[in-house]
Write a protein that binds this ligand. Structure first.
Ligand code: ATR
Length: 273
């Protein structure tokens, strides 16, 4: 019998997840179907309940429901607890396991696909919203020499760093960045989604980019974002969220199917548009 999965979000029409999971399933002979579900903003749990009644095996959860999915789960993995958000659910009778594969997807793309070491690197994480919360634990697990978090609303960056008190995470204001240098700058803000925000991230001073640094945009977009353009002008190598998107999907696929999916071909397919 075909096993049923879906990605649940609002909006959801743009989601590439069905395409990615179909490609994994084809390549690894997995008998699954994977659909998109648009959940009304105030009816997340009802939408998941209805999907489970169809004997579904699992779901990916995307914006804006990752915090609600965290509360919906009856059991949580350690990495879901660390990030406070869930992007992968596994259904097993009355039990629902909540996991978070975003951090693993990000670090695997940076280290394995792009060949950039996080270990020992000076890392700057821009943003302190849901996307940033989801990846700090995984970044710290890679042992950067320092993880600096900067956010437009500084108090949120300070709160995120405080959550990892005792680690080498710190929060700085944008003003304090001017005398710092970073090997890896990750944009976890949603600024690139706002059409008129061209200058919002130009506040990262160009001299922050160390020689040979990587500027990584977590948002998946066709074409360069303003963050990438600014970083590129400052001499940084740039990369986009397509690799992370595919790697977090591969990690979910592994959680559900126990199969490590081949990702390179799928990343290349999506990168071509
Ligand atoms: P997500 O789940 O995508 O992280 P979020 O929780 O709403 O969404 O967080 C959005 C993040 O992008 C926040 O860090 C936000 O900064 P504030 O905390 O100051 O709101 C950041 N952000 C959004 N638009 C931005 C802009 N134009 N310039 C800089 N930061 C921006």
């Amino acid at each position: 019998m075909t096993d049923l999965y879906a990605v649940i979000g609002n909006p959801i029409a743009h989601s590439k997840s069905p395409l990615i999971h179909a490609a994994f399933a084809r390549a690894h002979q997995q008998d699954i179907s994977y659909e998109r579900i648009l959940a009304p903003i105030d009816k997340f749990s009802e939408s998941v309940d209805a999907f489970r009644r169809r004997r579904a095996r699992g779901a990916n959860i995307t914006a804006p429901f990752k915090f609600e999915a965290f509360r919906y789960a009856t059991n949580l993995t350690d990495r879901a607890v660390a990030s406070g958000a869930v992007n992968t659910l596994v259904f097993d009778g009355n039990e629902v396991l909540g996991d978070n594969t975003d951090g693993a997807g990000l670090t695997r793309d940076i280290t394995t696909n792009l060949g950039v070491k996080i270990s020992g690197a000076r890392v700057l994480l821009l943003g302190a919203g849901g996307a940033a919360f989801g990846v700090v634990g995984a970044l710290l697990d890679e042992c950067p020499s320092l993880l600096t978090i900067a956010n437009r609303t500084h108090a949120k960056a300070a709160a995120l760093a405080a959550k990892y008190a005792g680690s080498n995470a710190q929060a700085l204001t944008f003003d304090q960045l001017s005398h710092q240098q970073f090997d890896l700058v990750i944009n976890a803000t949603s600024a690139s989604l706002e059409p008129s925000s061209g200058s919002a991230l130009a506040i990262v001073p160009p001299n922050c980019y160390a020689a040979g640094s990587l500027a990584y945009e977590m948002i998946y977009s066709q074409g360069e974002t303003s963050f990438q353009q600014t970083a590129s002008l400052a001499g940084a190598r740039i990369a986009g969220g397509v690799g992370m998107l595919v790697e977090q999907a591969a990690e979910s696929f592994f959680v559900w199917r126990g199969v490590q999916a081949e990702t390179a071909g799928v990343i290349a397919m999506l990168a071509q548009g």
